[in-house]
Design a protein around this ligand. Structure first.
Ligand code: BTN
Length: 248
């Protein structure tokens, strides 16, 4: 399925994912991209907000795969690999992946990904929402994030044209999506190689409870295999689980 949609740029949107939902109701086509330079109500995973000051690239891509909803789960790691490739090409930086879908540079959050799945017109509508801190200065982040968030600019001292990064990112997403249609594991090896969570002690936070575990690996469905102190293991799927590293 060739990408047919337009790439629409905005200075400010409340949320590119929210705007995409409006466009879906109006019949948006596969491959539509919304890109904003700022969001006033950016949304993150698990109902959190996502700080989206000027200087960042906030982008949503609409995909309309003809497949079962469960298969769409693997579009989240695909997006992480696409961002990693685009950042490596445009900024000569090598972020790592924090399972399931944050990108970290020098231990700080560079990018967040929110993939949302809806149904309209009888087929899955997947909104791949990506927020990359590109030229953001440290003071532009909310104070509470200044120690934990970074941008390409804060880490490399170089600014990057948002259009250039967006074009590369869209190209990587297109290429990986074409490969994913044939095989959802198309980027498994790359994802595993970049996943910094594996081998670390983690805290799994779910329904107000936290559980310590050791991250053993990423399985073929991109789930995180963990081992609890009693020796039992579990495969953690994307969803309502927050994973924190217990190490610095
Ligand atoms: C997270 O880190 O929890 C995910 C953040 C996802 C942010 C992106 S920015 C573009 C798109 N629009 C949104 O409102 N959210 C996603």
């Amino acid at each position: 399925m060739e990408r047919t949609g337009p790439v629409l740029w905005f200075d400010t949107l409340e949320s590119t994912n929210n705007r995409m939902k409006e466009l879906i109701r109006q019949g948006a086509v596969h491959g539509t991209v919304l890109a904003a330079r700022e969001q006033t109500g950016g949304r993150g995973r698990l109902g959190r907000s996502f700080a989206s000051p000027p200087g960042g690239l906030y982008l949503s891509l609409l995909l309309q795969p003809d497949c079962a909803p469960e298969r769409c789960l693997s579009l989240t790691p695909l997006a992480a690999v696409a961002v990693r490739r685009a950042v490596a090409a445009c900024a000569d930086a090598e972020p790592v992946i924090k399972w399931p879908n944050d990108l970290l540079l020098n231990g700080k959050k560079l990018c967040g990904i929110l993939v949302e799945l809806l149904f309209a017109g009888g087929q899955p509508q997947v909104i791949v929402g990506i927020g990359v801190n590109v030229n953001t200065e440290r003071e532009e982040f909310p104070e509470e994030l200044r120690e934990t968030a970074c941008s390409l600019y804060t880490e490399t001292g170089r600014r990057i044209e948002l259009h250039v990064l967006a074009e590369r990112l869209i190209g990587e997403l297109d290429g990986l999506y074409a490969a994913w249609l044939a095989d959802a594991r198309c980027c498994l090896a790359e994802y595993r190689a970049a996943c910094a969570t594996v081998g670390r002690e983690v805290l799994l936070l779910q329904n107000g409870e936290s559980r310590a575990a050791l991250a053993l690996g990423v399985n073929e469905e991109y789930s995180l295999t963990v081992q609890y102190p009693d020796g039992s293991t579990e495969d953690i799927r994307f969803g309502e689980v927050s994973v924190r590293s217990t190490e610095a």
